[in-house]
Design a protein around this ligand. Structure first.
Ligand code: ATP
Ligand code: MG
Length: 394
């Protein structure tokens, strides 16, 4: 069932790069502190739920396969109305409205500090909102915490595995916490170690694992039992391209089995590949929502990026492309990189190659790719991803 996104040929998966010089780099977010993290782990033990709050039910495999995008709109399983949250002077969420249909994937796309983790924490009962209402499968996130924790799973942004246990011990422990029989917990741990490429390292202490291995183990732990609704907060950040696409396959399998998924990401191509619907969040507000196609229409299509072989003649290349009437090219004469937003990518690609050939312009590189997060924000808001953190905004 795995699909290959065509654009992965043109750019490293998840790189989200652009040759435009003016791009603002994403700023690192504020990590959940160790104290908060410990508290979450303690909570998880206390409730047998906590940061992986999933029902104590083994995988049944009885749900019928459903392919992403083919499922008709059904009833909303996640419903969010007017959710607000402030931390002191920082307004993290301002009146968030969202719905997610059962068995579908919502990609919550936004830069550092946009409010993604705050929303995920509220929806998984780890944090109370200041106002508004949110329900999951009819359970209110504030009033019905215990019932809600039985149906949701969470792999948070920061790995919540025990460093002093081996990978295998971690997964078995999670299984036991969710009341799987010892044998079942062992079997499930082995399956997941295999599925996430951790079999060889299974009996090593987690403190010897690399960052990517910890991330994969953490994700495996969120899948020990099969949640009805799964939250993945930036699941592929820090993973290499291979691990990232492996994880995309695992996510697609889960959704085909019927899990509803809300995942946060900073990569449009990831949201595009995995999600039925995408919500773009900026400064605690949803600024656009829709399918990847609807969003792309809003932002003007894909990006054609080309590097001319003769940088001194970048202007001549731009003139040749401008004659095609396909939009306004942006150029960086220093790097010889030209980008333009196009709706009919394949056709423009051919026309561009012909036009440059006609003026004897060598092409060092040419690729059609999804817009980067910066380009999405530029198109939607007129500015690139925020230079100032949310707290400095009004
Ligand atoms: N516990 C907290 N105390 C104070 N401010 C907080 C707290 N948690 C989040 N914030 C602030 O709320 C805003 C939203 O943070 P959040 O972690 O939700 O962003 P995010 O979209 O997940 O970002 P990232 O991509 O960096 O993970 C930020 O300005 C952040 O500094
Ligand atoms: Mg976050």
């Amino acid at each position: 069932m795995s699909r290959s996104p065509g654009f992965s040929r043109c750019m490293p998966a998840g790189a989200g790069t652009s040759c435009r010089k003016s791009l603002v780099r994403l700023k690192p977010g504020i990590p959940i502190s160790d104290v908060q993290h410990d508290k979450l782990i303690k909570e998880s033990v206390k409730h047998s739920e906590g940061s992986r709050m999933t029902a104590p039910q083994p995988q049944t495999g009885s749900r019928t396969g459903r392919r992403r995008g083919r499922r008709a709109e059904s009833e909303a399983i996640i419903s969010v109305q007017g959710i607000r949250k402030t931390f002191g002077d920082v307004t993290a969420l301002k009146n968030i409205d969202l719905t997610v249909s059962k068995g579908t994937v919502l990609g919550l796309l936004g830069p550092n500090g946009a409010g993604k983790t705050t929303l995920v924490r509220i929806l998984t009962t780890l944090l109370n909102p200041d106002g508004g209402q949110a329900t999951i499968a009819g359970h209110d996130v504030v009033r019905d915490r215990t019932a809600l924790r039985r149906i949701v799973g969470l792999a948070g942004q920061y790995a919540a595995v025990d460093e002093n246990l081996t990978g295998r011990e971690n997964l078995r422990m999670v299984g036991r916490l969710y009341h799987l029989e010892r044998k079942q917990a062992r079997r499930r741990a082995d399956e997941l170690l295999d599925r996430f490429g951790l079999l060889k390292a299974a009996d090593r202490l987690v403190k010897t694992y690399s960052g990517g291995m910890r991330r994969r183990l953490d994700l495996a732990a969120s899948l020990v039992v099969s949640p009805e609704v799964l939250f993945l907060d930036e699941p592929t950040t820090g993973l290499d391209p291979r691990s990232r696409t492996d994880l995309w396959d695992v996510i697609n399998e889960l959704v085909a089995e019927g899990t509803t998924l809300l995942l946060t990401t900073q990569y449009l191509e990831e949201a595009d590949y995995l999600a039925d619907k995408i919500a773009v969040i900026d400064h605690g507000k949803i600024i656009a929502q829709g399918t990847a196609d609807e969003l792309k229409r809003q932002i003007g299509g894909d990006v054609l990026e080309l590097h001319v072989g003769d940088r001194a003649r970048t202007d001549a290349a731009i003139e040749a492309i401008a004659d095609l009437n396909v939009g306004e090219p942006h150029a960086d004469a220093t790097s010889g990189c030209i980008t333009l937003t196009v709706t009919n990518g394949a056709q423009v690609l051919t026309q561009t190659i012909r036009a440059l050939d006609a003026i004897d312009m060598p092409i060092a590189d040419i690729a059609l790719r999804r817009p980067s997060l910066d380009e999405v924000f530029l198109a939607l808001t007129g500015h690139e991803t925020a230079e100032q953190p949310a707290e400095e905004e009004e």
